[in-house]
Design a protein around this ligand. Structure first.
Ligand code: SF4
Ligand code: SF4
Length: 373
């Protein structure tokens, strides 16, 4: 796959987030080995436990009736089982009380992050992960007060020495929004860094932050929203902002989508696709994303965006030893050496920058996978 992002790098999304949180049916994706606690005909509440594996629990994102079990696609285009629930549009929720001691029951990943926070500097990664994705800008615009209130709570509860929100230098809207409210929170500051691709990767960001802070932990803006929902709002997260953009889209938009919503419906109802070319659907961005079958793709927390794009195919040519791949690798690897020696480096963050930059259009992704060891 060839990617071509330079010409439209500065994505302009509509400033109004589209609300798409009332789907008729949701399909909650579960692991194939999950133990399922519901059967067809059961009535369920929003936030009710549906199934679990050792490391993850699956909750209903709506209230309604279980109508069946089926197969859907996840963000990596893998087939996975799903539980289909028909919405009764009442949003009846199961009352839950989540605190730091029991948060691992609903979010193991976040719980293990929170356990390491004591007495450190908390770095909040508010950078966009990929070109063409604009979720964080609109999260800051819509949830600025809630985010600051949540960070203030974390600062007090974990005795944090400081909270630093990292924003891309080009993200003027977020900078203005935060500056207007941050005065009330003396523990919280904003730091600006280049909006360059890969700076949002936790490993790359940690390398940059290390120069200024010795004891720090990084969490994402999405994690902060989760903390707000769990500990202040007493609810689980059942919806998320995602960006629909790309060359095939007439007006890129950020849509607030309920987990389990079929994405083809959300796109058909909200997005105009240009008719001139054959477009492909890529989850989460052009650099690291995966092409997916949109007909079976349902919303889950791992989806940040759908890029609708024509895909250029390039013929791989021999290496001309320009050295660009090593020069631009954010981790300091030599992708060409790894490819030639069939070596896998577990330091690789699979950002795909080496393939993007290579004038010979060498697709390193197939050489940098673990199987190439
Ligand atoms: S994908 Fe390429 S550029 Fe990115 S970390 Fe791995 S080797 Fe480096
Ligand atoms: S960027 Fe491509 S052409 Fe240049 S050294 Fe690396 S592999 Fe060779």
């Amino acid at each position: 796959m060839g990617v071509d992002i330079k010409d439209e790098y500065n994505l302009k999304v509509s400033y109004k987030v589209v609300d798409y949180t009332l789907p008729k049916i949701v399909y909650i994706t579960i692991a194939p080995t999950a133990k399922v606690y519901v059967k067809v005909g059961d009535k369920v509440l929003k936030d009710q436990l549906l199934a679990e594996i050792k490391t993850k629990k699956y909750y209903s994102s709506i209230s309604g009736t279980i109508i069946g079990f089926c197969k859907v696609k996840d963000h990596n285009n893998k087939n996975l089982p799903a539980i289909a629930i028909k919405n009764n549009f009442k949003e009846q929720s199961k009352k839950i009380k989540i605190d730091y001691n029991n948060v691992e029951q609903c979010d193991l990943k976040l719980s293990s992050k929170l356990k390491t926070l004591k007495d450190c500097t908390l770095i909040v990664n508010a950078l966009e992960d990929e070109p063409y994705i604009a979720n964080n800008i609109l999260i800051i615009r819509d949830y600025c007060e809630k985010i600051l209130k949540t960070l203030d709570k974390l600062a007090n509860d974990f005795n944090l020495s400081k909270v630093v929100i990292i924003i891309g230098i080009n993200d003027k809207d977020s900078i203005n929004k935060l500056w207007n409210s941050i005065g009330r929170y003396p523990n919280i500051t904003v730091n600006l860094i280049d909006s360059d691709y890969t700076n949002s990767c936790e490993i790359v960001l940690a390398k940059k932050v290390k120069k200024h802070y010795s004891n720090f932990k990084i969490i994402s803006l999405y994690d902060v929203l989760k903390v707000y929902n769990y500990f202040i709002n007493n609810t689980l997260v059942s919806q998320k902002y995602i960006t629909i953009s790309g060359r095939g889209v007439q007006k890129p938009k950020v849509i607030n989508i309920k987990y389990g919503t079929p994405l083809i419906q959300a796109i058909n109802d909200n997005i105009k696709i240009k008719k001139d070319l054959e477009y492909h659907f890529i989850t989460n961005g052009l650099m690291k994303g995966k092409e997916v079958d949109l007909n079976l793709l349902c919303m889950n927390e791992n989806i940040d965006g759908i890029i609708i794009q024509d895909i250029k195919s390039y013929l791989e040519k021999p290496c001309i030893n320009c050295g660009l791949c090593a020069k631009f690798c954010p981790i300091g690897l030599d992708p060409k050496y790894l490819k030639e020696n069939k070596k896998y480096s577990n330091k690789c963050i699979h950002c795909n920058l080496c393939s993007y930059i290579c004038p010979s259009h060498i697709d390193f992704s197939k050489y940098l996978k673990k199987e190439a060891k």
